[in-house]
Design a protein around this ligand. Sequence first.
Ligand SMILES: Nc1ncnc2c1ncn2[C@@H]1O[C@H](COP(=O)(O)OP(=O)(O)OP(=O)(O)O)[C@@H](O)[C@H]1O
Ligand SMILES: [Mg+2]
Length: 313
Amino acid sequence: MQVIAVMNYKGAVGKTTLTANLGAEIAGRGRKVLLVDLDPQANLTFSFYSVEQWREDLRKDTTIMRWYEGDAPGREVDLHELIVTPPLVNAQLADTGGRLDLISSHLKLIDIDLRLAARLGGGTTLGESKRKFLDLHGCLARALRHEAFQEYDVVLIDCAPNFGLVTKTAIVASDYVLVPAKADYLSTLGIQYLVGNCDDLVSEYNDYVNHGTPGRAGDQTIETRFLGVIFTMVKIYASKPIGTQQYYIEEIRQNSQMPVLAGTMRDSPRYFGDAGESGVPAVLRAPVTDEVVAEFQTLTTEILEGVEAGSVR
Ligand SMILES: Nc1ncnc2c1ncn2[C@@H]1O[C@H](COP(=O)(O)OP(=O)(O)OP(=O)(O)O)[C@@H](O)[C@H]1O
Ligand SMILES: [Mg+2]
């Protein structure tokens, strides 16, 4: 089981669209995939369930909010009890042997960072407060080690566009981080900060695991690796990204501390613009002969190869 966080604290760069389609494509190859929606916008959830269905079937008992609630994450309910199997996409996957499961989000997850922090309570020393805080960072990693998750080949976590506590739990829980980005000036700037912030988190967390007192049994040091930047919404002209986008792609390729995937996700309002209203990601709906689908399949293969090779910076 490999856990991949799809994150970028820049918003609207295609994180959720990539997560939904990547999950669907991997499941379409006969694998078992779990998607975890950690964004209070719940866009990934609504890519597989209508709002009405979510309200009726999931909202009360089966969202990630129930897990984060309570005295501490996991006190009220085990994470694996929240897994649901979205019907429409899985009907489409029926002949493939694959399955796409989901842990859905809740629109009220919006202030969970504050509530978690408040519940931590003050420590008597700065060191104690910090230890409690870092202990919380490991909650998702600990939960995903439950045997119920071992049947999955891949777990994809869709993060909110921030670097708050919940996003940090995702990074600590992940073997790999995938960073969708647009090929423009501001995205280019953001990626350098993102690398630095992830590195700081990893070293602070590992320091806590190695030296934290009293330390929690089973906590492990982490080595979160960047699978790389995926450029999304790339406008193709004459089989290449348009000039301005090509410039920023090269800029990141040469100057960033992160690998850049060769494959890109093309700007295609037709396929990727409906944000999942049909309950089945575009890659499973579009004709397989379509070049957008072919490109996405190549990108998926590159990602899976990166995971197998243990991609590093
Ligand atoms: N390759 C693409 N081509 C065309 N439209 C796209 C593409 N990828 C995403 N979109 C559209 O862009 C919008 C933002 O995409 P998405 O929700 O995936 O971004 P996000 O990074 O998850 O956003 P947020 O930061 O709010 O979570 C959506 O309306 C989506 O349908
Ligand atoms: Mg999103």
